[in-house]
Design a protein around this ligand. Structure first.
Ligand code: UD1
Ligand code: CA
Length: 453
């Protein structure tokens, strides 16, 4: 990684009216994380030494998300929307502090990779004062065009200002840009709003740099990396691109995805080697899966840690706070939440294990339910090592089942069960011989009477 210091300015002032949402655009999520989070993460991975985020007026929510992801981030407000250069200058306070490289990113262009940001920085290290990021979209309409002469970038012409021949250029401006810290403020301050939109165009810094005898350059990105998100349709398109990228990375990291297009990952999902993911599995945020884990079809995981050799599903639901130690088996229609299951625990069918700790090698029979909530408060269930919970038992928390204890089928356990004890909490069976014959006769008579009247 380069020794040069890096200031990142993230423009996050976009309202995104086309999203038709009460939420600001940049807080919409892709692969579990907000678009702003994606851009901040790429900035950090590209070596940011300082991060600033420019938000619109009264956007405390965007500022809060910026600080959550990058606690050291400085937030600036662009009070009026007067163009991209004007937005960058809202962070003047940060631009005045020395930095070798400055990267200007858009929070609504969330798929840019750190590698690409490093390529932009490399051009600055080679002496360019400005580096734009170009790409070749299928349809260039609406984008600024990069006017190149050999490796040098002469100007970026906005669609509205472009001549017919310039409109034929297929090399377009992705928007994000790198500026040499020593020249940035001077270039930005020289931008005028003398164009058809009456805006301060960030893109004008290219021509200004050339007039000053500085050089401007361009790097190129693939289209998939620079898609901007302005609508829910584009949000879904960006999601699809990122999912393809995440699935590929998971497979390259040694996980088998039997039908990758049916598996949905979060940007922070961690899968170990020789993990097998069957079709139709959803990973919410905060999931870490160690080696040799099998995730059967139709499982949904969120905020869960799975140690090696665990097997879950089909139809398992792991909710936040789930920790499954080595070799745990979770079967079909089992839900866990804030549950720590030590190694070798089996919960194979139709159960709910919430706010619970289960000692190693315990077996929870089909239909075991931890009753953790009384409508007001949550309570914990503690199960020791090697316990056996019979089928269809309700464990009414707070309750402790000792190590090696045995709970009889169909029990409602309200009192603690000491270690190695047998607890049976159900009504004893009553059998009346021959009574079925009597009962049938009675019932038939009653029905006949009723149909006559
Ligand atoms: C910009 C580029 C264009 C490029 C295109 C790529 C300029 C002048 N043009 O055009 O060359 O092809 O992006 O998508 O830079 N923003 C603010 N405050 C403002 C104006 C914009 O924060 O006052 C933010 C927007 O929220 C957005 C970004 O800057 O995130 C780009 O602004 P937008 O108006 O979409 O620029 P384009 O016209 O698309
Ligand atoms: Ca745009």
């Amino acid at each position: 990684m380069t020794e040069r210091s890096l200031l990142v300015v993230v423009l996050a002032a976009g309202e995104g009216t086309r999203m038709v949402s009460r939420q600001p655009k940049v807080l919409h999520r892709i692969a579990g994380l907000t678009m702003l989070n994606h851009v901040l993460a790429a900035s950090q991975a590209a070596g940011a030494t300082r991060i600033t985020v420019v938000v619109g007026p009264d956007r405390e929510d965007v500022a809060a998300e910026a600080r959550r992801v990058a606690p050291e981030a400085q937030v600036f407000v662009q009070t009026e929307r007067l163009g991209t250069a004007h937005a960058v200058l809202a962070a003047r306070g940060a631009l005045e502090q020395p930095a070798d490289d400055i990267l200007i990113l858009y929070a609504d262009t969330p798929l840019v990779r750190a590698e690409t940001l490093l390529a932009l920085r490399a051009r600055l290290a080679e002496g360019a004062a400005v580096t734009a990021l170009g790409f070749r979209p299928e349809n260039p309409t609406g984008y600024g065009r990069l006017i190149m002469e050999g490796p040098e970038l002469l100007a970026i012409r906005e669609e509205k200002e472009a001549s017919p021949s310039e409109k034929n250029i297929d090399f377009c401006n992705a928007g994000l840009m790198a500026l040499a810290g020593t020249h940035a403020l001077k270039l930005l301050d020289a931008v005028k709003n003398d164009n058809s939109k009456g805006e301060y165009y960030l893109t004008d810094v290219v021509e200004i740099a050339n007039e000053e005898g500085l050089t401007a350059a361009a790097a190129e990105a693939v289209v998939e990396e620079v898609v901007g998100v302005n609508s829910r349709v584009q949000l879904a398109e960006a999601e699809a691109i990122l999912q393809r990228r995440l699935r590929r990375a998971a497979m390259e990291g040694g996980a088998t995805l039997v039908a990758p297009e049916t598996v949905f990952l979060s940007a922070d999902t961690k899968l170990g080697r020789d993990v097998l993911v069957e079709p139709h599995v959803v990973f919410g945020v905060g999931v870490t899966v160690a080696d040799n884990v099998v995730i059967h079809s139709f499982s949904h995981l969120e905020g869960a840690v799975l140690e090696s050799g665990v097997s879950i599903g089909p139809y398992a639901r792991l909710r936040p706070g789930t920790r499954l130690e080595t070799g745990v088996r979770i079967g079909n229609f089992v839900e866990t939440k804030a549950a720590h299951l030590e190694s070798g625990v089996k919960v194979n069918h139709l159960s709910y294990v919430g706010d619970a700790h289960v000692g190693a090698d315990s077996n929870l029979g089909a239909g075991t339910i931890t009753c953790n909530y009384d409508g007001y408060s949550k309570f914990r269930t503690e199960i020791g090592k090697g316990a056996f919970i019979g089928v269809h038992s309700a464990l009414v928390a707070p309750v402790t089942i000792g190590a090696g204890a045995y709970v009889g089928t169909g029990s409602v356990i309200t009192d603690d069960v000491p270690a190695d004890s047998l607890a049976i909490a159900r009504v004893r069976q009553v059998t009346k011989e021959g009574r079925a014959v009597e009962m049938r006769a009675k019932l038939a008579e009653a029905k006949a009477k009723a149909s006559k009247s």
